[in-house]
Design a protein around this ligand. Structure first.
Ligand code: SF4
Ligand code: SF4
Ligand code: SF4
Length: 372
């Protein structure tokens, strides 16, 4: 792919032909504030935070919507840009229930990062933010996550994720008047208070403003992991102390996952973006159905029936017993008496090894529950 050289804030940068200015800057660790951009999704241009100046151009422009050009000179900071970003950030804080101390997204929140980057004074946040008087109801209809419209910044990432990545299209931005109002505010035609009242109307919801459980949502959680704020929060949100890289045990697809662990308990799962199988994506089982690992009834050691009662045994004891029984059955009835039933909940490689084992014992009677 052809490379282009441009300058961003005086730094010479190499970028791919067709790449946006925002992506080129981020690839070189030059932070341009942004909320509605996500690397997995098409450009949207909704939050207007990523404005930059381009030499030779009269007015600032959003960097997520413009491709790099050879010799381009870009500036990400100037009094005019700072003013535009401050206004765009005010629009975000307006109608936002800022309570970072109690919010599960705190530390990972992109809005928090932008507020601190733009430098809005605390008093302004307090004056603008959504308060108990105008809070919207939290949608807790999904079994795995909450959707809190009071923390939503209307970036549309959840809507586009569900549509562009999953093709499910369960969500939409309902009551879109807010966009028109925010453009009018940016043009200086209306005041913030006009939006505070009318802008309440726009919100993310299923078709016809229904709770998410009444939509076509498949609970994959892809929107949850991309939401930049605390508007989508897992119902089992607990900070973990370490991660273990592994493979999802639920089906033969073999998605790469990282399990979040605290003590001896598995408390979260996330997709491995470097896995060529799933590229970070997961289905509802891979993302949320890890609790069986912590179940007290789960078998963690082999059991051998002695005098009619199952008692704990070591793996050596169990494997010796199985080998003995296999041998006795083969000696008595021939090798074809054995059969092996494997599982869709192990990897293809494990299934391959299992059939090798059974064939080495002299039987071709091998099957797998995925056929059922
Ligand atoms: S979503 Fe972000 S800015 Fe809003 S309360 Fe939570 S941490 Fe704070
Ligand atoms: S959980 Fe998945 S299917 Fe449901 S709204 Fe989010 S992205 Fe769409
Ligand atoms: S719920 Fe999250 S991802 Fe969806 S529009 Fe609101 S802030 Fe953006």
């Amino acid at each position: 792919m052809g490379k282009i050289t441009l300058s961003i804030d005086g730094i010479k940068v190499k970028a791919n032909k067709g790449q946006t200015i925002l992506k080129a800057a981020l690839a070189h660790n030059i932070y341009i504030p942004h909320l509605c951009h996500h690397a997995d999704l098409k450009p949207f241009g909704g939050c207007r935070l990523c404005v930059v100046e381009i030499e030779g151009r009269k007015s600032p422009i959003i960097s997520c919507g413009v491709a790099v050009k050879e010799g381009m000179v870009v500036s990400t900071e100037s009094p005019e840009i700072r003013q535009a970003r401050r206004v765009a950030t005010e629009l975000l804080v307006l109608n936002h229930q800022v309570d970072c101390l109690e919010c599960n997204k705190s530390i990972d929140c992109k809005l928090q990062k932008i507020i601190s980057h733009v430098g809005i004074e605390n008093g302004l946040v307090e004056r603008l933010k959504r308060t108990a008087n105008n809070t919207l109801a939290i949608d807790d209809s999904n079994p795995f996550f909450y959707r809190d419209p009071n923390k939503c910044v209307l970036c549309g990432i959840c809507v586009r994720t569900c549509k562009e990545i999953n093709g499910v299209d369960a969500l939409d931005l309902n009551f879109r008047d807010y966009w028109k109002l925010s453009r009018k505010y940016q043009a200086g035609n209306i005041s913030l208070s006009d939006i505070a009242v009318k802008g309440d109307a726009i919100r993310i919801a299923g078709f016809n403003d229904k709770p998410i459980a009444k939509s076509t949502c498949e609970s994959c959680g892809e929107c949850l992991v991309r939401c930049p704020t605390g508007a989508f929060i897992s119902k089992t949100s607990v900070r973990t102390t370490r991660e273990v890289k592994t493979t999802c045990p639920y089906c033969g697809t073999g998605c790469g996952i990282y399990l979040g662990v605290r003590g001896d308990r598995v408390l979260s799962a996330r997709g491995d973006r470097n896995s060529p199988v799933n590229k970070g994506r997961l289905c509802v089982k891979g993302r949320f159905a890890y609790n069986f690992v912590n179940h007290p009834d789960r078998l963690t050691t082999p059991l051998i029936r002695r005098n009619g009662i199952l008692v704990e045994a070591s793996w050596d004891e169990a494997l010796d017993l199985i080998a003995t029984k296999f041998r006795q059955a083969q000696d008595k009835y021939g090798p074809q008496v054995l059969g092996g039933l494997s599982s869709a909940r192990v990897t293809n490689e494990d299934n391959y090894l299992f059939q090798k084992l059974m064939r080495s014992l002299g039987t071709n009677s091998i099957d797998q529950c995925a056929r059922l």
